[in-house]
Design a protein around this ligand. Structure first.
Ligand code: BGC
Length: 246
């Protein structure tokens, strides 16, 4: 099935048409900057612009950077506070006149990586960690997703882990890859202590720079970069819509 997948991030809102059986992109990826402030109305307009850009009709899958329950937004760590308790599935349906299926952005990236990417064919416990403005996580065991794990918010040194070792923190504090890598390794060790996964997949912006910090990461689990890179969120969102519709 061919589905429009959308990935809403802190800096960009990206979409493409995806073949949900193979994970292939059937169109160019199109990106709009995330509106500032990132209010429900402003983001809904951008989603509508993306759908129009592709002249698309059909179901839409959308990854969103928050805890999601039945299409409702429950948290707002890196988006406008007015999102809390908004029925995003309904709002985006009104904006695009299409049925929209919403899930957490890291869960979307995880679905794609486990189905088509770095986690393909692997069993056991797999944790995908997306590192960007915030930190998002997706936890799979025996191929099944436990949604909304939000492990970017476990506490380290009294605050959310994402405030200690996200990519934004690296940029803001001008940390070297070694200094950031050591911080991120502490985080990985903490997650490993809690869940003993077989595999960590590192996604988000830092996945492209894996060679610059991988020597500072030491875990029992295997650690690999996401193989679908910044397309994973789009592919997983489209796949989620296709599976949810069946
Ligand atoms: C949000 C998560 C999201 C992650 C990555 C965090 O701040 O709480 O829901 O997955 O950022 O975007």
């Amino acid at each position: 099935m061919n589905v429009l997948g959308i990935d809403i991030g802190g800096s960009g809102i990206k979409g493409a048409i995806v073949n949900t059986e193979t994970g292939e992109l059937l169109s160019e990826r199109h990106r709009f900057p995330t509106p500032k402030p990132s209010t429900p109305r402003a983001i809904a307009e951008t989603i509508s612009m993306l759908s129009s850009h592709f002249s698309y009709t059909g179901i839409i899958g959308c990854g969103f950077p928050a805890l999601i329950k039945n299409g409702f937004i429950k948290t707002a760590a890196n988006i406008h506070q007015s999102w809390i308790e908004v029925d995003a599935a309904r709002l985006f349906k009104e904006a695009t006149s299409q049925n929209v299926f919403i899930l957490n952005d890291a869960d979307a990236a995880g679905l794609a990586e486990v189905q088509f990417g770095a986690g393909k064919g692997k069993m056991g416990t797999i944790i995908l960690i997306t590192v960007g403005t915030g930190i998002g996580t997706a936890l799979f065991t025996q191929g099944k997703l436990l949604p909304n794990t939000e492990l970017g918010h476990i506490k380290m040194y009294g605050k959310s882990a994402e405030k200690y070792c996200s990519d934004l923190v690296r940029e803001k504090k001008d940390l070297s890859w070694m200094d950031w890598g050591k911080r991120f390794n502490e985080y990985l060790n903490y997650i490993e202590f809690l869940f003993s996964p077989e595999l960590f997949i590192i996604g988000g912006g830092v996945s492209k720079k894996f060679d610059l910090y991988s020597q500072f990461l030491h875990c029992e689990a295997e650690i690999v970069p996401a193989s679908l890179r910044n397309q994973a969120g789009i592919i997983g969102a489209a796949r989620f819509a296709a599976i949810s519709q069946d």
